[in-house]
Design a protein around this ligand. Structure first.
Ligand code: ADP
Ligand code: ADP
Ligand code: ZN
Length: 213
């Protein structure tokens, strides 16, 4: 099963993608996580991506597509995957579609997690991410057991640089311009499913399970 998560930055794509991955035994593939791991490791890819990420801009399609196609060509992806944060532009979606078509495959579900912009700004200022393993929490809605410490690995939790309010506004604007058109793209393919992302994360996951079966 191949799944694409759609929705604004902060809608809860990552949270749900991890629950789907665990529940259905699929790898969670996040281009944001791949970029952040490279930034942390100081690789050439990371240095290139960082300049865009810090401003809340999208990393260029050519680079992003190359990274994603490499990742889904790995062995653990052969029975499917959950894509989180990719595609984010129509050209990215078209390349993915063309690559899948070559193998007689397709995206089975595009799940759009709907959350209004007002809620997003509030959510992002409360998001905390683990510096080590990338796990995410929310200081009010999904708090870690011990304040400031990752449940999964015990490392420190931080506010991501690009989650500061001004950058979030940029990212939302880019989302509406460049990413929201993907909702029509997948609707036209008959695979779009919408869920109400303002419910608590367990309730959103229940709705997603009804869709995936
Ligand atoms: P969020 O979880 O808030 O939606 P991500 O972790 O998915 O954010 O992405 C963080 C940043 O990484 C983006 O703002 C962008 O700079 C870059 N990025 C991630 N995925 C893509 C993509 N598919 N295309 C271009 N840039 C991307
Ligand atoms: P995305 O991957 O779409 O950028 P995340 O999954 O990282 O979004 O969620 C953004 C923030 O909102 C995180 O702090 C996360 O813990 C929190 N969050 C996720 N789902 C919900 C929810 N259903 N209700 C409230 N907060 C949530
Ligand atoms: Zn951790």
């Amino acid at each position: 099963m191949k799944i694409v998560m759609l929705g604004a930055p902060g809608a809860g794509k990552g949270t749900q993608a991890k629950m789907i991955a665990a529940g259905y035994g699929l790898p969670h593939v996040s281009t944001g996580d791949i970029f952040r791991a490279n930034v942390k490791g100081g690789t050439p890819l990371g240095m290139e991506a960082k300049a865009y990420m810090d401003k809340g801009k999208l990393v260029p399609d050519e680079l992003t597509v190359r990274i994603l196609l490499d990742r889904v060509a790995q062995d653990d992806c052969k029975n499917g995957y959950v894509l989180d944060g990719f595609p984010r532009t129509i050209p990215q979606a078209e390349v993915l579609d063309a690559e899948l078509s070559k193998m007689g495959e397709k995206i089975d579900f595009a799940i759009d997690v709907e959350v209004p912009d007002e809620n997003i700004i509030r959510r992002m200022s409360g998001r905390r991410a683990c510096v080590n393993c990338g796990a995410t929490y929310h200081i009010v809605h999904i708090p870690p057991k011990k304040e400031g410490i990752c449940d999964a690995c015990g490392s420190e939790l931080i506010l991501r640089d690009d989650d500061k309010e001004e950058t979030v506004k940029n990212r939302l604007e880019i989302y509406h311009k460049q990413t929201q058109p993907l909702i029509d793209f997948y609707n036209n393919k008959g695979v779009l499913k919408e869920v109400d992302g303002t419910k608590d994360s367990a309730a959103v996951f229940e709705d997603i399970k009804k869709i995936l079966g």
